[in-house]
Each structure stands twice: as C-alpha cells, then as structure tokens.
Design a protein around this ligand. Sequence first.
Ligand SMILES: *Cc1c(COP(=O)(O)O)cnc(C)c1O
Length: 424
Amino acid sequence: MTTSAIWYERAVAVMPGGVNSPVRAFKSVGSTPPFVDHASGARLHTVDDDSLIDFIASWGALILGHAEPAVVEAVAEAARRGTSFGVPTPPEVELAELITDLVPSIDLVRMVNSGTEATASAVRVARAATGRPGVVKFEGCYHGHADPFLVKAGSGAATLGEPDSPGVPAATVADTHVARFNDLESVESAFAGGSIAAVIVEPVAGNMGVVPPQAGFLEGLRAICDRHDSLLIFDEVMTGFRVGPGGAQVRYGVEPDLTCLGKIVAGGTPAAAYGGREDLMRQVSPDGPVYQAGTLAGNPLAMAAGLATLRHLADNPGVYDSLETMGSSLETQLVEALAAAGIEGCVQRAGAMLTLFFGPPQVTSWDDAATVDRDRFARFFRAAYQRGVLLPPSPFEALFLMVAHQEVMAEATTSLVAAIEEVA
Ligand SMILES: *Cc1c(COP(=O)(O)O)cnc(C)c1O
C-alpha cells in the first residue's frame, strides 16, 4: 500500500469521501488522490516521494507558483504580528486599493472568505438594489455552493430551475432562471419568465471546461440588463487576474455592475471579494441596510498573500505576455497531437486557462460540453499521471498555467502529447 493510500483510508473513515471538496476524491478519473507533502514552483511532491508537474494549481488560485518566496515571506511576516484581530489592519486597505486600481469597474470592494460567499453576497446586493427576486444563471456555470446557484436546467433552454442537490428547498431556487451560455435568445426568454434583479455569469466559463464568450455575447448581456434595468454580475472568481490583469472584463471590454473575485486575489489562501459601482456597494452594511459580515474577513495572512501576489502581477505586466505565449504553444501542440492521433476533439483557451475536450469539435455551451468522451478523458488523465503530470481530475475543468510552468513546459508538453498518443 502506498503512503497516500494509507492516508486516504484514514481520511475516508472520518471525512465524507475522505476529502474537504468533492472533486479532490478523483472519482471521475477512476482513481484515488495522491496526498501532498509539499510543493515548490510547478511541482507537487507527494507523501510517496513522487514529483508531479501540477496543472491543478489549487484550482486556479495560484498564478505565480507553489511556495513563491515573496508570498511565503509575506505570510510568515504577517503571522508573526498575529493571525487575526477582528479590528481593521492597513493591509486590508492596501489590498482594496490595489483591487480598485486593477479592476476599473470596481469602485468599492468588500473582502469575504470564499468565492461562494462573494457570489451569494453580490446577488443579495443586486436583489436589494433592484427590489426584484429573479436571478439568471447559465447552465454549466458554477458560482459556489450557495443554495440559489445549485440549479440545473432540463434542456439548457431557459427553464425554471429545479434544485440540483437534496437539501436545497424548491422555494430557494424558484427565483433562479437558467439560460444557455453564448445564447442571448435564451436570456431574453429567462427575462420573460420573471422579475430579474441580475444576470450572473462567468465571463469566460471555466467550470464546464474553458468556454470563451462568442463575439457579442457579453455585450449582449450588458445591453439586455440595461434595457430591463437589471444588474450584470461577472463572477470572475476564476478569470480575475488570470486572463489578464483586469480580468475578463478588461480583456473583452465589457463592464459589469458587480464583480466577484476569489482564488488568485488571495494568492492561495482562503479569501475572496466582491465589489463594483459605488452606489451599489454603499448599500452594504454599515453604510447601507444590506447585511453581510465575516469574523475572519480581511484576515491578515490572506491579505498578505493577496498583496504579495497582486503586487507582483501589477509590477510585472510582462507576466501575462509570457503566460499567453506558453498557453498558445501548449494549445497548438495539443491540437496537433489530437490530429496526429486521429482523435476528435478540440482545445479551448483564454489566457492562462485551457481545456482539452475529447469529442466535440467545438464547445460553446453545456450542451456541447455534455457530449465529451469521459472514459477517454479518464484514460488520458491516468496516462499523463504515469508520466508525472497532474491534470485536474475532471473533463469539465481547466488546466491552469502558472509563471513557474516556464521551466517545465517542454517536459510537460512531451508527456501530454505521449498521453494523447496512448489513448488514441
Ligand atoms: C471556484 C469558483 C467559485 C467558488 O469559490 P469557492 O472559494 O470555492 O467558494 C465561484 N465561482 C467561480 C467561477 C469559481 O471558479
């Protein structure tokens, strides 16, 4: 038995599925998880002494690399001053200033502890500001695990939501309307079905695999929201600081009213944020009546990690060019490998996030994503793993590039191309 297997057995005895977040159980690739001892740069080192080139990157929370010295030092220094106070600290202000500088649509920002909290809080503000209950979301987009978002649509067309999980009362999702990504007509239909406070969208979908917005889609959402006096919420928990310094909203030139941030914003520690137009954010308590709070919100360790990460990105804008070059080269070589192996599929990418879909020639919405060859993906995952490359263990996730991948990209690409040949 491997050391990981021993830990997994202990974990399963005391935790649901042995994990603290379901995808970590590696079930969809017919496997069990490795346990990490430590990591550095682009490499994870397991408790079995295996070294893996890591494309999970803490599910996108890391963009520099594991144990980046500037981040580790900042967190250690913060810890020496005390780990939590529940009274304001300067780094909270500095991070808020940096976020409002980097993301032009954010005038004011509030720190929270997770992306789930950010989206739930943003929707609360939107409902309060508009006095309406309805929310439009897209099938295949993930906005954390708060009740109103745990909804799937029957056909992908605009349908009234039904709970996606036991324990979510039908009443909680009765105001959640589901539309099809990249399909403005389905959004219009959703508006016809209810009194809509906001549309919430991943501006580049990343939680059904990477699905970029087609030309005109985000602009169309902006126009529909304006016409109905509804708010547009960009959930940039994944895309923020990843697809460019100002996130997808700057990359695609469409301004939302509210933005949710997470993952990179806290440099691999547990924090997230939501923010936007001043008139909306002034409605949040204690400026306004919309209640939202957090004992550990703005935690000094998380602020230190976020500041060190965002400062590095702000001071080195060339980072995004090199991520783009790396991503584009990987994309090209994977596409060539698919063709050479005679495997149908496609590679979709936005900046430093990329998905290889086995099967469909193009993925524009969940309808396409749902057709992927899950069995071939599971075999591909295992073939890559055997060659020392750790992919996200699901066909509906993105590979996340980090600056640290630079040094291992040639090796990683060779391994991935060989893994594609193996599953032909
Ligand atoms: C990861 C993610 C979330 C949830 O964030 P948590 O910190 O896991 O609660 C929400 N929205 C998007 C787009 C995400 O990728």
